[in-house]
Design a protein around this ligand. Structure first.
Ligand code: PHE
Length: 340
């Protein structure tokens, strides 16, 4: 019996385990359900009683050494296997999809940064406005036809009639009511107008309006500020021209064109062969507007301007259909970089 045990012991120690197959062979032979050590245990019955203890211990030791060899060989094989599939540190990482910023957010941030650099702060206000802030304080008398310039969505709210703001000039009224000059602020935000949705019009869009009130603010200050803006936004070669216009809250008023950046003013279908693109409305704040917000119009003057973010984005990215900005089509949205 001892001989047999020795034999198996020898077999275990010389068994060469160098791959997964030989490991499995070893397991079946020495540790499987019908293994050779089990067979020996079956023979234990025939061993004389006085030797049973000793032989039993030898056989247990045999089983332990088979198990130990199996365990250590398995670990060794696993480690060497992972050596073959070592991590390749030069491999480029998987791309993380972080999305991209909306073109209107990109352009709005750029406009804000440009005006921040010359001291304009950002003001915000409610999208649901009362008549005073959206119209009356801005020199729109009741029943005045100028109210029809901006088709309004009205909302019934209790006694008072409210409306979705048609421009962010309403925010500027709130600033004038709450702050003393000098005031230098821009108000970015969403505005609403009751228009049929098409490539060129939408029932909502985004504006950035600016207001500067101080002693001796002149039309020259307005022109220079807008030229600075145009050159920061469209490049240093950009030029502006002002055409007389009308707004109830400014006098004089003007519409501002920027030289067509697409064809360098040579004439193309975007600028309709004029060399100019309309980008904003502006003017000197009407004294009535200052007085309505309790600002002394004899002591202070100011200018205001307002632009559509979609319009600037259209010129920057050549997106001609306004509807694309609000349809959330990822094929459109992912074309704009996230790192601007
Ligand atoms: N509030 C005007 C609009 O929405 C824009 C504007 C602002 C014009 C300030 C002049 C001065 O059309």
């Amino acid at each position: 019996m001892k001989e047999k045990i020795k034999g198996i012991e020898n077999e275990i120690s010389v068994f060469d385990i160098n791959n997964v197959e030989s490991l499995e062979k070893f397991r079946i032979h020495f540790l499987g359900s019908k293994n050779c050590i089990k067979d020996l245990f079956a023979e234990l019955k025939s061993v004389p009683n006085e030797e049973k203890k000793e032989i039993g211990q030898l056989m247990n030791a045999l089983r332990t050494s088979a198990q130990e060899k199996f365990d250590s060989s398995k670990i060794r094989l696993e480690n060497s296997a992972s050596d073959d599939t070592k991590i390749d540190l030069s491999r480029p990482a998987d791309q993380i999809e972080i999305g991209s910023r909306h073109p209107l957010s990109l352009v709005r941030s750029e406009i804000i940064e440009i005006f921040n650099r010359i001291g304009f702060t950002v003001s915000e206000g409610p999208e649901i406005e009362d008549d005073w802030h959206n119209f009356s304080a801005l020199n729109f008398p009741p029943e005045h036809p100028a109210r029809d310039m901006q088709d309004t969505f009205f909302i019934e709210k209790g006694e008072t009639e409210m409306a979705l703001r048609t421009h962010t000039s309403s925010v500027q009224v709130r600033v004038m009511e709450n702050e003393k000059p000098p005031i230098r602020t821009i108000s970015p935000g969403r505005v609403y107008r009751n228009e049929a949705i098409s490539a060129r019009a939408h029932c909502f869009f985004h504006q950035v309006e600016g207001l500067y009130i101080d002693k001796d603010v002149s039309f020259a200050d307005l022109k220079q500020t807008l030229l600075y803006f145009a050159q920061e936004m469209f490049g240093e070669k950009a030029q502006i021209r002002l055409r007389p216009s009308y707004f109830p809250f400014t006098e004089p008023s003007a519409e501002v064109d920027v030289s067509c950046t697409i064809c360098n003013s040579k004439g193309c279908n975007v600028c309709k062969y004029t060399g100019w693109l309309e980008i904003l409305g502006c003017g000197m704040v009407d004294p009535n507007v200052l007085e309505a917000s309790n600002i002394d119009s004899k002591a202070f003057s100011g200018f205001a301007f307002g632009m559509g973010v979609e319009r600037i984005a259209q010129l920057k990215y050549r997106v001609n259909d306004l509807r694309l900005y609000s349809e959330n089509d990822v094929r459109f949205l992912k074309q704009f970089s996230s790192g601007m």
